[in-house]
Ligand binder design. Structure first.
Ligand code: AMP
Length: 650
């Protein structure tokens, strides 16, 4: 795959960091890049030394491709690093977590209180028979007990596997069984758009077919009146009763640096979900370092990452990264439009959030809802912003910059994956000038490249496969009990180098422009065209709020581009607009990119983590029976889209 590329990276707008930001930044000197490149192991070891180890490592890296060991023979405990060293020091009374429930309830938890709750839960888990190496599935809403459960598992060396609280009975059951969990932590329910999501009920149904599950711990979030539950005697235990009865101190287990920390299943847009396995020392070093240098965390920051802990972003940048840094983080339970569409901005205003990290899909939604909502709130505390999850189109980037950051907060577009554990490509704020739509350059110590089918670096401006050339501390170590699949998926294409599965382009300044998954590249009349480029061009039109493009099978051209478009409020979705949009794209990117079909829609099918499921859009466009829809956030969207497309065609 290689093809001279278009407009995207030619966008010359560049935003240099302000001298004020640079002067106070945790990474304030560009030489960090050269030093890390000259000796990556020394770079990572320097940050690992800032963590507390019970026993120091004997060797930084042992690389027997594709298997890495980081900080060999080192012993540490993750909960000790995230909690004890702050709770037992000057940060005892510092707030670690500000929780806001969807109904508006607020709970602030200091490091000392966090210590107490994590220790008690760790002892409670032990009393229920959980020991080092056992798996615990966690199926909770975004409430304080979620991060606390992760930390309690790490304290006793249990391997946690979080399952997103919106997943169905089948998804939960498959994940629990795949990792062989013996205990599930859940809750009577959680709030979502004013409704109760009955998690315990789902967990009960799943557990019927989970032979390994012996016990269930149940958090009381909602109460019996609105969320009645059935407690099975001998199997189910109330969280609060267990904690009240538990001993207050649980000595942290000495974990080997390479002991598994967690297994997290990727949403898997194709095939069976993959159990991504992360380990202890390298992962913690990676999330600690990236949180410190990219989010520039200081003691007076209030950090809000809007992801759910059900995804890796929540693991790394709600729980482990910020807490390892002794930061204060916000946990918000509910949806962005409850009770009204200004909820996020109200949360920022109320808790004086300083560093805000969210996703392009959310940003585009906020854009669609209009500027008046954020403009009616005080967002002046924001000093730094991030984005993750998919390529951000320059239009959304600029809106984020102007309307939310008021032009003064650097934007870190962070590229990474569940597999990579931590951020891999992103600007160091204060050091790297940003360009709307580019994740800029690899983090210090990371060597990434864009290569062609033969593994050779492609020339500037040419699309290729994004690969990582050297092992990094937070990399996945394998897939849970499936090392063969691990080798095949990530390491067989270019032996010794990690295949990310994403396409990318490098520009003349060495900046990386992510082009989406390789399987999201269309082959139109012999040209490789990324769906993302077309989407990006479409949303530059003032009438378009969001667009998803797919390649539909075509007798002559191979594939023909089809665009599903959401129109902004105030515009009419009619034939005239469709014609105009086709022309607009053709003019911007060349006639070969002109979409053959434009279908207007009110919504797009997305996974629960906000990724557009193009596979389903292709099924619709090609008139096939829809594939697996279980990971969709809202299955109704795709069903109505299918009806609409079929009737429009017919
Ligand atoms: P996940 O399955 O959630 O681990 O998603 C990882 C994938 O999300 C990556 O392989 C990319 O395709 C996409 N992604 C994440 N962050 C970015 C970003 N900042 N820019 C472009 N794509 C991204």
């Amino acid at each position: 795959m290689s093809e001279a590329t278009s407009a995207l990276h030619e966008d010359s707008r560049s935003f240099a960091p302000s001298p004020e930001f640079t002067a106070q930044a945790n990474a304030g000197d560009l030489s960090i890049y050269d030093k890390a490149a000259a000796d990556p192991e020394a770079f990572w070891a320097g940050y690992a030394e800032q963590l507390d180890w019970f026993q120091k490592w004997t060797k930084v890296l042992d690389w027997d491709a594709p298997h890495a060991k980081w900080f060999v023979d080192g012993k540490l405990n993750v909960s000790y690093n995230c909690v004890d060293r702050h709770a037992k020091g000057e940060r005892a009374d510092k707030v670690a977590m500000i929780f806001e429930g969807e109904p508006g309830d607020v709970r602030k938890i200091t490091y000392a209180e966090l210590y107490d709750e994590v220790n008690r839960l760790a002892n409670a888990l032990k009393s229920l028979g959980v020991t080092k190496g056992d798996r615990v599935s966690i199926y909770l809403p975004m409430i304080p007990e979620l991060p606390i459960s992760l930390l309690a598992c790490t304290r006793i060396g249990a391997i946690h596997s979080v399952v997103f609280g919106g997943f169905s009975v089948e998804s939960l059951r498959d994940r629990v069984n795949d990792c062989g969990a013996k205990l599930i932590i859940t809750s009577d329910g959680g709030w979502r758009r004013g409704n109760v999501v009955a998690l315990k009920k789902t967990a009960d149904e799943a557990a019927v077919d989970c032979p390994n599950v012996e016990k269930m711990v149940v958090v009381k979030r909602i109460g019996a009146e609105k969320a009645p539950v059935t407690m099975e005697a001998g199997r189910d235990f109330w969280y609060d009763e267990l904690l009240a009865a538990a001993e207050p101190v649980c000595e942290p287990e000495w974990m080997d640096s390479e002991d598994p920390l967690f297994v997290l299943y990727t949403s898997g847009s194709t095939g069976k979900p993959k159990g991504i396995q992360h380990t202890t020392g390298g992962y913690l070093t990676g999330v600690y370092t990236t949180s410190k240098l990219i989010f520039d965390l200081k003691d007076n920051d209030i950090f809000w990452c809007t992801a759910d802990v059900g995804w890796v972003t929540g693991h790394s940048y709600i729980v482990y990264g910020p807490l390892a840094n002794g930061a204060t983080m916000v946990v918000y339970e509910g949806s962005p439009d409850t009770p009204a569409r200004d909820r996020f901005w109200r949360v920022i205003e109320k808790h004086k959030v300083t560093v805000f990290y969210t996703a392009p899909t959310a940003i585009r939604t906020f854009m669609k809802w209009g500027d008046a909502l954020p403009n009616s709130c005080d967002l002046s505390t924001i000093r730094l912003m991030g984005t993750v999850g998919e390529p951000i189109n320059p239009e959304a980037w600029l809106w984020y910059n102007d309307v939310i950051g008021k032009g003064k907060a650097p934007i870190c577009d962070t590229w990474w994956q569940t597999e990579t554990g931590h951020i891999m490509i992103a600007p160091l704020p204060g050091l790297v000038a940003t360009k709307p739509g580019s994740a800029t350059r690899p983090f210090p110590g990371i060597t990434a490249d864009v290569v062609n089918d033969h593994g050779d670096p492609v020339p500037v401006g040419t699309k290729g496969y994004l690969v990582v050339n050297k092992p990094w501390p937070g990399m996945l170590r394998t897939l849970w009990q499936d090392d063969a699949r691990y080798k095949q998926v990530y390491w067989s294409r270019f032996p010794g180098r990690y295949l990310t599965g994403d396409g990318a382009v490098k520009d003349a300044d060495g900046y990386f422009w992510l082009m989406g998954r390789i399987d999201d590249i269309m082959l139109v009349a012999g040209h490789n065209i990324s769906t993302m480029e077309l989407e990006s061009a479409l949303v530059e039109h003032p009438a378009v709020a969001e667009a998803a493009v797919i390649g539909k099978a075509h007798d002559v051209k191979g594939q023909s581009p089809v665009a599903f478009v959401i129109v902004r409020e105030g515009y009419h979705a009619d034939d005239a607009l469709a014609t105009e949009l086709k022309k607009f794209v053709g003019k911007k990117l060349g006639p070969v990119c002109r979409p053959d079909d434009i279908l207007f829609t009110a919504d797009l099918p997305k996974t629960r983590s906000g990724k557009i499921m193009r596979r389903l859009l292709r099924d619709i466009a090609e008139g096939r029976v829809l594939g697996d829809t279980t990971t969709l956030a809202d299955p109704n969207i795709v069903a109505s889209l299918k009806d609409k497309y079929t009737s429009d065609e017919g």
